[in-house]
Write a protein that binds this ligand. Sequence first.
Ligand code: FAD
Ligand code: FMN
Length: 457
Amino acid sequence: MVISAAQWLQAGAITLAYLLLCGLCLRRPRAAADTAANTTDRATEARATLIAYASQGGSARALAQRHAATLGERGPVTLLALNQVKPRDLEQAHLALFIASTYGEGEPPDNALRFARQWMRDSGQGRGRLAHLHFGVLALGDSDYRHFCGFGLALNRALQGLGARPLFDAITVDRLAEASLGAWQERLLECAVLEPGDAVINSAAQADSLPAILTARECLNAGSPGSGAYHLRLAVPAHCRWQAGDIAVLDVPASGSVVQREYSIASLPEHGALELLVRQVCKDDGSYGLGSGWLTRSLAIGGDVCLRIRDNPAFHPPPAARPLILVGNGTGIAGLRAHLRARERSGASANWLVFGERTRAHDSLFDDELRQWQASGHLQRLDRVFSRDNGPQRYVQDVLAAEVAELKAWLDRDAAIYLCGSLQGMAPAVHRLLLEVLGEQGLEALTLEGRYRRDVY
Ligand SMILES: Cc1cc2nc3c(=O)[nH]c(=O)nc-3n(C[C@H](O)[C@H](O)[C@H](O)COP(=O)(O)OP(=O)(O)OC[C@H]3O[C@@H](n4cnc5c(N)ncnc54)[C@H](O)[C@@H]3O)c2cc1C
Ligand SMILES: Cc1cc2nc3c(=O)[nH]c(=O)nc-3n(C[C@H](O)[C@H](O)[C@H](O)COP(=O)(O)O)c2cc1C
């Protein structure tokens, strides 16, 4: 039989089409993994495994990304921050893994606020709506807080209220304890969500540790009625990078072992040193806090420090064109100072700092720098308020309350509010004031737009 040129062409085209189809099929899991790696993308396929995270500091997000990468090798995966989860994501998925941290008084991180309002306030009303869904909850938290893993556990209850079926009891994790993360991985293996050899937890949230050296330490508030606030300079390797808003996690020696303590970084890499502002914690029995005592007293100049940089996207700089209201107290000035320095570099001078401390005479932290920024116009407004000076006790929330018209005018110009400092007292009081001024919906909208950000501790 003689095969014509046309027949050869036809056979070639069919073979090519077949090969293309095979290629597409083989690429599918990889495409899903790629989608999973991008938190904004959304897999469109039905029956994708949903991996949703609620994360402020990035640990839950990093863990979720790791899960998505592993599961995405095998099938379609949708990776989303909880706020991005749409009803159809829950209605189409048969399996969902939730990795959720807790903030405040057992509250959701900012990127889960909307989900909490829409799905969790009265989950009983949607009873049975998610009866098709199997799920697991990994709740991250810290048992030093009163509402340990409060949000993850509330999420677990709400999902059950909606009829979803738990694969196992929610797993709570205290300060990223490896044993609990291991237990979660075991449960996923038992339920055949993972396969033997899969690893979804190994140091998912930890950056490389870096050697640093303490090169200078200065007490900035000698004579203060409060305890010492020490400005530390650490020499770090030249390749060490971070942004304003990032956190230094330091290894602190503790009777034969090591504990970790977090500190807001007060400088930028361009300044040639990693700077911190550490408050000495003095306990009732006269002893010092482990980390703050070591950093402000025991560690000698020239001494070695092992640290990691924790990427903290929830407190990264706003666009340079956006005006910025920086609010904080005490060592909160550390994180705000890094932002002011970053904005100085990008020529963003629409800045208003509202800062609270105890006495003007002794607690005017970084006074020279703030005055220079005020004189140069880099700080368009500087309001410092000292609670222990003569006259009525005033705090940052009182300044904002007295300046509501100005606050609204800045917000009308698209300003963001960055809050840094005490979780006790200052941050909840400012939050209440903003709720009064903007209403619950207004403040939620500001948060969702990334215009209300907090680094409070
Ligand atoms: C994201 C983040 C950023 C942070 N940034 C900074 C920063 O920039 N500067 C800074 O100084 N700290 C910062 N901290 C706090 C810091 O991580 C430590 O918690 C702090 O230094 C105390 O640790 P410690 O080891 O000295 O005390 P620990 O040995 O852990 O002792 C703390 C104990 O003392 C009690 N305690 C804590 N604070 C006080 C206090 N003020 N007065 C009395 N008792 C107290 C607690 O109840 C606890 O029992 C930050 C924390 C977080 C989570
Ligand atoms: C300001 C602040 C408030 C916190 N509040 C709580 C809390 O109320 N309950 C809790 O269990 N953990 C609390 N934590 C601990 C975090 O949930 C825990 O560190 C978690 O691993 C953070 O995960 P993320 O990095 O994904 O946000 C808090 C941590 C911070 C910094």
